[in-house]
Ligand binder design. Sequence first.
Ligand SMILES: CC(C)(COP(=O)(O)OP(=O)(O)OC[C@H]1O[C@@H](n2cnc3c(N)ncnc32)[C@H](O)[C@@H]1OP(=O)(O)O)[C@@H](O)C(=O)NCCC(=O)NCCS
Length: 155
Amino acid sequence: MGVNCKPPDLVISPMSIEHLDDLAELESMAFSRPWSYDALAEELQNPLAVFFVAEDVETERALGYIGMHHILDEGAIANIVVHPGYRRKGVATRLLNEVIDYAKRHDIKRLTLEVRVSNAPAIALYKKMGFKMDGIRPGFYDSPKEDAAIYSLYL
Ligand SMILES: CC(C)(COP(=O)(O)OP(=O)(O)OC[C@H]1O[C@@H](n2cnc3c(N)ncnc32)[C@H](O)[C@@H]1OP(=O)(O)O)[C@@H](O)C(=O)NCCC(=O)NCCS
């Protein structure tokens, strides 16, 4: 997957088995404790899982994805990742908007997520999308140990 300077032409679709190799690679590029291919494959069987993938129309490669668990009237965003070569081009914004549209269609009242307190890019993204901080979960993350900030968006 090369680095592209233009905003990519994207199509957003529900996660499917064809995406899993690309998504496992994106995970390993972004996180110290990445989700594996098998962990992502399990989500395909999870009735609570709502996962969307952003694909480059030209190359048909997955450039990013978002995963949420829909539990009653809440949506817990489990992950969002964009390929390092395609950041700051609005891909994560498109993915979050897809989840927000889904949430509105399914009477979800609140979207929540946890984020490492040092993850300035992600926190800037969530604030821009209207999420507000609810509190801190001390020592929530390992490798390295770090607090989580909890953010919510009320719909
Ligand atoms: C966080 C992440 C998903 C953002 O993806 P992205 O596609 O680059 O985000 P967007 O282009 O939609 O950015 C939207 C806004 O978020 C903010 N933002 C995103 N990245 C930022 C950065 N590096 N620094 C400051 N603000 C940033 C900006 O306000 C940006 O709007 P702007 O570009 O008009 O200024 C991406 O950096 C990523 O994959 N990081 C690694 C994985 C991760 O940490 N996921 C979150 C786990 S909780």
